[in-house]
Design a protein around this ligand. Structure first.
Ligand code: IVH
Length: 454
């Protein structure tokens, strides 16, 4: 039967993905980036519906999930077909791939009525986002690297690539999820539930078997919406999947209908965006950093770029295999991403922007600091400097010793350690404990007070 678990393993291979029209257009959302723009958005609603008071407005709030939009069409409770958003009018039919998404019901649960009976819609179009959780995405990429397969730039690209597979057994191996955020058409066989708000719709969708976004809920004033947005922004890093903002929707369905749509987007909903955590910039060069254990780490030397409010000019490339798997060349325009306190990393090249001047990077055969041999153990990703007295290793191990991960010594950091080594005042961590105030005062830019502190 079409709703059997055996239908979830995939296997059908298509020649191409057929297109199909949406019965109701799938709109996009307008964006706001600041509180001012959010207030302007509310004012615009009030201009469109004179008489609409701010105190009458409640908003259903959800995270804006960074995946791809999907419509699932159910007839008499069974999945009929799945359609990507496409251009909003016409999408691609990806039913077989969506069947493999484990948290998407292939058969709906009926809704309980007050008299205890259940009711099943004749037709239901459920809309939502197909995405990959961050940890599933990382595990997938690790698997792809091991297999020599394609490495995905981000969870969104991985989800989009997986959903548009022609071979559904490939999609079945990809850890996709479907999170609902709304409905399209719905037809009930009489005595239908009287949904009056977005919140009630989402509750109904959940009862029928869909996942809805964690943290979704109601805000009863425009100030509450602001607090909700800030709270979500604070959880962005720890959220199980990538978010690019919050979505605020007028909760009252009657008001939604009155407000209607512009050519592009609803007037009753808006995306309140976060600063992008990815940016494109030029990879000027790749340098090599020697760590405290002698591992040589390739570092991207970038044209400085603002990533989510922080200037980034260097980013890790991890190791030789990753450079190859990502396919980055020196001179490429690359995508750079930052996540919280984590070191920025290069996601991959934007190959469309190549002009033929880019060149491949070759890993050095000697340590850039002590010029000794470097060695790579079979089965290991890292090249290491073989010189146990390598000055870089020594310097980095003293830095590690004073850092948070070590003794967490206050008032001494990387710069000071470099000065102390250059002045031949320390050679190893133990030497730190024999330092005198005069030793430190003799260093450049060291004042009495900070010398005492140190
Ligand atoms: S509502 C008529 N809610 O954002 C309103 N969209 O930029 C339709 N998205 O195409 C969209 N999370 O793919 C809505 N909680 C959410 C969403 C969400 C992500 C996506 C959706 C849409 C795009 C618009």
């Amino acid at each position: 039967t079409p709703d059997s678990p055996t239908q979830r393993v995939g296997g059908k291979v298509l020649e191409s993905l057929p297109s199909k029209r949406h019965s109701l257009r799938m709109y996009s959302l307008d964006n706001v980036f600041t509180m001012q723009e959010w207030h302007d958005f509310v004012l615009k609603m009030q201009r469109f519906l004179p008489g609409l008071k701010q105190s009458d407005l409640s908003f259903w709030m959800e995270p804006k999930m960074d995946g791809l939009a999907m419509e699932l069409v159910y007839r008499k409770g069974l999945l009929d077909y799945a359609l990507t958003r496409g251009d909003g009018e016409t999408g691609e039919v990806v039913t077989e791939n969506m069947r493999t998404v484990r948290n998407m019901p292939v058969r709906l649960r009926g809704l309980k009525r007050e008299d205890g009976s259940t009711i099943m819609p004749e037709l239901l179009e459920v809309r939502g986002e197909v995405l990959m959780a961050k940890k599933d995405f990382e595990a997938l990429n690790a698997r792809q690297i091991k297999r020599g397969g394609k490495v995905f730039a981000n969870p969104r690209n991985a989800a989009a690539g997986s959903v548009r597979q022609l071979d559904s057994s490939v999609a079945a191996e990809r850890p996709l999820r479907f999170i609902s955020y709304g409905i399209g058409r719905v037809e009930w066989p009489g005595g239908h539930p009287a949904w009056k708000t977005q919140g009630e719709v989402m509750q109904g969708v959940r009862e029928m078997g869909f996942s809805i976004a964690p943290g979704a809920g109601l805000c009863t004033s425009i100030e509450e919406v602001e607090d909700w947005y800030h709270q979500l922004a604070g959880q962005r890093e720890s959220f199980p999947f990538e978010l690019d903002g919050a979505v605020a929707k007028v909760n009252d369905l009657g008001l939604q209908e009155e407000l209607g749509f512009t050519a592009r987007a609803p007037r009753f909903a808006v995306a309140f965006k976060f600063a992008a955590m990815q940016a494109a910039t030029r990879l000027n060069d790749i340098s090599i950093q020697v760590g405290r254990t002698g591992v040589l780490t390739p570092v991207a030397e970038l044209e400085p770029v603002n990533v989510g409010g922080v200037m980034v000019s260097r980013a890790t490339l991890h190791n030789e295999d990753e450079i190859r798997a990502k396919g980055v060349l020196i001179g490429d325009i690359v995508l750079v991403q930052r996540a919280g306190d984590v070191i920025p990393e290069v996601v991959g090249p934007i190959t469309d922007r190549r002009d033929g001047t880019e060149r491949e990077f070759t890993f050095p055969l000697e340590c850039p600091e002590c010029h000794n041999h470097v060695h790579r153990e079979p089965g290991e990703a890292a090249w290491r400097c073989v010189n146990r007295a390598c000055p870089a290793m020594r310097r980095e191990s003293i830095k590690h010793f004073v850092s948070k991960a070590g003794l967490d010594i206050q008032g001494i950091g990387g710069k000071l350690i470099e000065q102390l080594i250059d002045a031949e005042l320390i050679k190893n961590p133990a030497d730190l404990f024999h330092l005198k105030k005069e030793d430190i005062l003799g260093l450049e830019r060291m004042a009495e007070k900070s010398a005492v502190n140190t």
